[in-house]
Write a protein that binds this ligand. Sequence first.
Ligand code: AHN
Ligand code: ZN
Length: 324
Amino acid sequence: MSVLLLACGSKNANNTGTNAVPVAPASSPSISEVPAFDADSAYAYVANQVAFGPRVPNTEAHKACANYLANELKRHGAKTFVQEAALTAYDGTRLQCYNIIGSFLPDHERRVLLFAHWDSRPYSDHDPDPANHRKPLDGADDGASGVGALLEIARQIGQKSPGYGVDIIFFDAEDYGTPEFVTDFKPNTWCLGTQFWTRNTHVPNYQAEYGILLDMVGGRGATFFKEYQSVRAAAPIVEMVWSAARDLGYGRYFINADGGAITDDHQYVISGLRIPCIDIINYDPETEKGFPAYWHTQDDTMENIDRETLKAVGQTVLKVIYEN
Ligand code: AHN
Ligand code: ZN
């Protein structure tokens, strides 16, 4: 394992800048102004990832996209780490993986963790056509959407700090789990990058007040239910996020109802580091697996990505971060 320190975010660290003392508006002294999430910018970040091709570990597209993501975090003023690891997949394949980490105000005691997986699945094993089951997919929603929303949030934080530490982590190898066409069961084959990070945090004894996972947050007409493990580990965070969404008028995306339990990156951060985490994930109670119809198929493309969904999620997260 190695941790490469890419850059120290000194350039943008002086957000409070100059000699001027910022004056809080008298009407709302304790509430900082929430930046406006730019959905066009987030959409472009999603499209740019997809343009690399499928981000499957051990491919050139994967390596190139890793560099792109690290450089974007660095450009927005985060102290950026690229954590490299060779991780073992369900079938014994050694995967060259990169967890990409951007820390804002890295020395601040108070920290919030925002995360998403950046890899895309090597198999379209839920595709209606079996001929597609071993093909990689675009992962426009499954992977790229969460990262795109977080890059836009990083851009906003770089322009104006919320006044405490925020860590944005793009985890690798979430989606290399045992395919449906393989019958033997092995536990913990998903979320390999997150599992590695919880055992080897980028700084010793890493802790955060809470964490928010963004997974499949770009689909047109997406619905986000209160995921079971999120409620169990972090009920107040679920309520804080869902009520922020409601206040913004995004109640048709953030449904005020419980969803199923989903194996995802947040569960390893909860169990490994005891950080209360929630998963904002597109959940469709009508489908067999609970995910949208294009999930793990060749149809997970830019066609399904809707700026309005990205805006609903991104603006909600910004509201939570800047008002709490
Ligand atoms: C499983 O399919 C086991 N969990 C869903 C987590 C996931 C996969 N999110 C995106 N792709
Ligand atoms: Zn997936």
